[in-house]
Ligand binder design. Structure first.
Ligand code: RNT
Ligand code: ZN
Length: 416
């Protein structure tokens, strides 16, 4: 049987439970996922700042890490060519591209340092999302936006403002809004004596940053909380309560990272609440294994549950980005697996008879609801997924992997 014939058979099965697979494929094509550049080089960046800091960590030493813009772009291109649909790319401020002999510190970054990324995005018809980089820098050794040192704080305020200008430039040039997400590593290893002062300073820094003039329809500023980091086990200044309140009072967005909550707390359960109070919510989908380990996103229960909430809440209201960094396996494969899994999870959600399931819940028919949800798990989603890949001109099933192996031999192996 061909991919198409299998799809036609699957279509009939789904039709019997009231699901239109053609509609699902159309909807899936319209959901962009922002692919993070930092999986390609272990969050190193191009501004020569040195070791990764801020309580986040890549582990592994797989050969072939991208060492410069040219290599990173080539790797992203290769990965994107194996992922169905049109997506977005997510950059960090540490990925500015300087001319020979040129360098600018984080507070002096300008749109021109990202012109090559705009060119890259234009040629591929993708949008860009952005993140100020408040780690891996000599001025981020202790604290950033919450620092007790006014000069350090001013430096990082200027940095984030520079990033808003760069985000505006991306949005302008690419004609699509840019989500600009602020995450800071500030926190305390041990029990702090004063939790209020650093948080008051963070609040004031954000106020100063947002007092600048910028086009809110072009730049969606988001804030990302975290429960702990390595070396910041006892208290993070940018906690969930801090940012949720800040975002809601100041009309900016919250970003929920699926690795940033207590181990039994899940982001999938938070999305519906956020969407009742905010127009949009931003996500970093990742996979925490016992801690915020940023493993590659799998087609696992929580990813599927997140995708269901995205589809049920309105995919245009959830800004989807991935955030993992695995240096122990082929980095391109990590991207492709993670991106395709996010899409499979979205497809899984689109292939559910969501209205019917909701009606069963509303009528408190939990017996039938459980039965149907469980039976649906073995419906032929794979046949629909393969057809989606074929329709979008990318390899089906595991057929993409030989291209990764060839790329590893021809390109990555030469990076010594
Ligand atoms: C860190 C946050 C943050 C970073 C990236 C590199 O815990 O998740 O989003 O992973 O910005
Ligand atoms: Zn994150």
């Amino acid at each position: 049987m061909t991919i198409k014939e299998r799809y036609e058979a699957a279509k009939e099965s789904y039709k019997a439970v009231g699901v239109d697979t053609d509609q699902a494929l159309l909807a899936l094509k319209q959901i962009p996922v922002s692919m993070h550049c930092w999986q390609g080089d272990d969050v190193t960046g191009f501004d020569g700042a040195g070791a990764l800091s801020g309580g986040i960590q890549t582990t592994g030493n797989y050969p072939g890490r991208a060492r410069n813009p040219k290599e990173l772009m080539a790797d992203m291109d290769k990965a994107l060519s194996l992922i169905p649909g049109k997506h977005r790319i997510n950059l960090h401020a540490s990925y500015g591209i300087f001319e020979e002999g040129e360098w600018a510190d984080r507070d002096e970054l300008e749109p021109k340092h990202f012109a090559k990324w705009v060119e890259f995005a234009k040629e591929r018809g993708v949008g860009i999302d952005f993140n100020p980089t408040l780690f891996s820098h000599s001025k981020a050794e202790h604290a950033t936006l919450s620092s007790e040192d006014p000069e350090i704080r001013a430096f990082w305020i200027r940095h984030v403002q520079a990033c808003i200008r760069i985000s505006e430039y991306f949005a302008q040039e690419l004609d699509t809004p840019c989500t600009m997400n602020i995450w800071i590593p500030d926190g305390f290893k041990d029990i702090p004596a004063d939790r209020t002062s650093p948080r008051a300073r963070l609040k004031d820094s954000l106020d100063q940053i947002l007092s600048m003039d910028y086009d809110k329809s072009k730049v969606y500023v988001a804030v990302e909380s975290k429960v702990f980091g390595i070396g910041m086990e006892s208290c993070t200044v940018g906690s969930h309560e801090f940012y949720m309140n800040y975002a809601s009072k100041n009309d900016i967005l919250c970003l929920l990272d699926s690795g940033h909550y207590h181990p039994t707390e899940v982001v999938s359960d938070k999305i519906s609440s956020m969407l009742l109070f905010f127009d949009k919510v931003a996500l970093h989908v990742t996979r925490p294994v016992r801690w915020d380990s940023d493993h590659v996103v799998l087609f696992d229960d929580e990813t599927k549950e997140i995708a269901k909430e995205v589809v049920r809440g309105g995919a245009d209201r959830v800004l989807l980005a991935l955030d993992f960094f695995d240096a122990s396996i082929n980095r391109l494969s990590a991207w492709v697996v993670g991106m395709r899994n996010m899409q499979k999870a979205l497809l899984n959600a689109l292939l559910l008879p969501n209205e019917k399931l909701s009606a069963l819940q509303e009528s408190r028919n939990f017996t039938e609801l459980m039965m149907l949800q469980e039976e649906l798990k073995l419906y032929p989603i794979g046949d629909v997924w393969n057809y989606f890949c074929e329709l979008n001109g990318v390899p089906v099933k595991e057929d993409w992997f030989c291209q990764i192996t060839a790329y590893e031999k021809e390109v990555l192996a030469n990076r010594k």
